[in-house]
Design a protein around this ligand. Structure first.
Ligand code: URA
Length: 241
């Protein structure tokens, strides 16, 4: 990696604003390869040099991945003139990382959304070739029956003629069901259930691949994903709702 200014490298880690970090550097809180550096403009290569803040060594990662429990009422977008977006939910220091949502949930859908600044990773998750499953919990008007389950398993044809890949459907009692799909067509789950006369009242994404939503996060809650979490995205048990 090319050398960059020390204050920029620290700010890119999302651990403070550039102004705050300059002050901490000038105050002697930062060491490069064990030597105190008080110059914010000092050029460093974070992949080759050890940087420590307040005696804690920092792990430089330019690519970052987060799980968000998207609340309803928020757009899956990076910016919008009039409505709040998922990026507005992030603390200021993370907003500077260039994160964007992987795929999209409707404004009135809640649940698991991944945010990253890794374009290749996002492409891999979203590519139809990856066949990554997404599992949803839906509140519906009606109750799922055996004919609905069989129709989902065979592949639903939407009202406009669009053919969907075979999908999983499981009743969770009157007015409730689980749906597992392998693609991401516009309003897909809502349109699939509507085509069976079971309109969706509320929809929540519970998992992508084998990565489950951390329900302890709560609406708008966020946590960083590690390599083990990321591997779970690409492992699946399709059909085992
Ligand atoms: N399917 C939908 O209909 N809406 C979503 O937000 C996600 C999947």
């Amino acid at each position: 990696m090319a050398q960059q200014r020390l204050d920029k490298v620290l700010a890119d880690l999302g651990i403070g604003t550039r102004k705050e970090l300059r002050e901490r550097i000038r105050a002697g809180g930062v060491r490069i390869d064990g030597v105190v550096c008080t110059k914010p403009e000092q050029k460093v290569d974070p992949e080759l040099q050890r940087i420590a803040l307040d005696d804690r060594e920092l792990c430089y990662k330019s690519l970052r991945y987060f799980m968000l429990d998207k609340p309803t009422g928020v757009l899956t977008a990076t910016e919008d003139r009039s409505q709040p977006t998922v990026l507005d939910l992030l603390p200021a220091e993370l907003r500077r990382l260039g994160l964007f949502p992987v795929g999209r949930l409707d404004k009135d859908t809640s649940g698991l959304l991944i945010l990253t600044n890794d374009g290749e990773f996002a492409h891999r998750v979203l590519s139809p070739k990856s066949c990554v499953e997404k599992r949803y919990y839906a509140n519906i008007d009606g109750e799922v029956d055996e004919a609905d389950i069989a129709a989902f398993a065979a592949g639903i044809r939407l009202r406009d003629g669009t053919e969907c890949l075979p999908a999983g459907l499981e009743s969770a009692g009157p007015g409730k069901c689980f749906v597992t799909v392998r693609e991401g067509k516009y309003h897909q789950v809502k349109r699939m259930l509507a085509s069976r006369g079971k309109p969706v009242i509320a929809l929540r994404r519970l998992a992508i691949g084998n990565l489950s939503l951390d329900e302890s996060l709560g609406p708008g809650g966020l946590h960083e994903l590690d390599e083990t979490d990321l591997c779970k995205l690409f492992t699946m048990d399709f059909g085992e709702n």
